[in-house]
Design a protein around this ligand. Structure first.
Ligand code: DGY
Length: 330
């Protein structure tokens, strides 16, 4: 019997391609070409599965044009690149890559917070530019992390990881807001107190965004919310582009409505709002929060595991629309 055909939409670890090749005829993209939707559709013809990353959009148009597609396995915990409703309606299974990236991403959230609050990249640029000629009493004086109030918006696994780092490692007071409040045991473990969104914005010295993107979450942080924050506050976005109104943030940073921001994700990335590139009090990184080598390998292997399991008749590990399983395409 011939092996099912799959497409790997982006370059990934060669050992993961090799694993997939044990089970499938694989069309890979190890040259990491950027494909238009039409090119993606052309390559998906005859494929039963596709290995995607967060930038590969699977929507109703793609699904309608690829009737043999049975599963889309995302190498990301976020899945706003999937139209999940359309996938479920088309009977196509969606999977993501949760859990394996939680601690690495929480580490990065903290790294970005510290770089931002302590002005690390700004001061490095100054040094590299040869501008450091003498010590100054307030030179790159930032704000403290230890003992400060850490606000977290969105309190899933990554948010909880950041809360624990702040509370246990840095003696921070942790407050959070999310759609579904944690149970008492988890709140105690995270040493985190639930507050309203308004209180979170007003009280946080450092506010970290870790909520998933959905149309309802678009511009959760805009000009009005930035105006509610302390002028000494820092804002960290490791969630998704579009959750922050980047244009409004650039204005707030320039006007010192808030002190600084650290951004790993952007509206319309990989494009970055030009005004963010010209304000000094922002640390910018190219969507690398989960990018440790062991974690990226674990994410890729989990996406591969989902493809292998589902297309060989076993239960997928991390299905997003399990309703499809009951009525899987013949
Ligand atoms: C995720 O897994 O959602 C991260 O943002 C990496 O894409």
């Amino acid at each position: 019997m011939s092996k099912p055909e799959i497409l790997v939409a982006r370059a990934v670890f060669p050992e993961v391609i090799a694993r997939l090749e044990e089970h499938f005829t694989v069309q890979a993209n190890q040259a990491d070409e950027t494909w238009s939707q039409a090119e993606l559709i052309a390559r998906l013809q005859g494929k039963a599965g596709v290995f995607t990353t967060g930038g590969d959009r699977i929507d109703a148009q793609v699904l309608a044009a690829c009737p043999q597609l049975k599963i889309c396995a995302n190498m990301a915990v976020g899945y706003n690149n999937f139209d999940l409703t359309a996938m479920t309606a088309a009977g196509v299974l969606a999977t993501n890559a949760p859990d394996v990236l939680t601690e690495t991403t929480a580490d990065f959230g903290f790294a970005l917070l510290m770089a931002t609050a302590r002005r690390i990249t700004e001061s490095e640029h100054f040094l590299r530019a040869g501008q450091w000629t003498k010590w100054g009493f307030d030179m790159f004086a930032g704000s403290d992390i230890h003992g400060a109030t850490l606000g977290i918006l969105g309190m899933g696994r990554i948010g909880q990881g950041i809360a624990k780092r702040g509370a246990h490692g840095f003696g921070m007071k942790v407050i959070y807001h999310t759609r579904s409040r944690l149970d008492a045991a988890l709140e105690a473990e995270c040493q985190a107190a639930y507050v309203s969104k308004d209180e979170l914005l007003a009280r946080a010295d450092h506010l970290v965004l870790v909520l998933p993107y959905s149309p309802a979450a678009h511009h959760t942080i805009g000009a009005a919310e930035l105006a509610q924050m302390k002028p000494t506050a820092t804002l960290i976005n490791i969630a998704r582009g579009g959750i922050v109104d980047d244009a409004a943030l650039a204005v707030a940073l320039r006007n010192k409505t808030i002190a600084a921001a650290g951004l790993d994700v952007f509206e319309g990335e990989p494009a970055v709002h030009p005004d963010l590139l010209t304000v000094p009090n922002v640390v910018l990184t190219p969507h690398i929060a989960s990018a440790s080598l062991p974690t990226r390998l674990a994410m890729a292997n989990l996406a591969a595991d989902n493809l292998i399991a589902f297309l060989t008749g076993k239960a997928p590990l991390t299905p997003l629309n399990p309703a499809v399983l009951a009525a899987a395409r013949a």
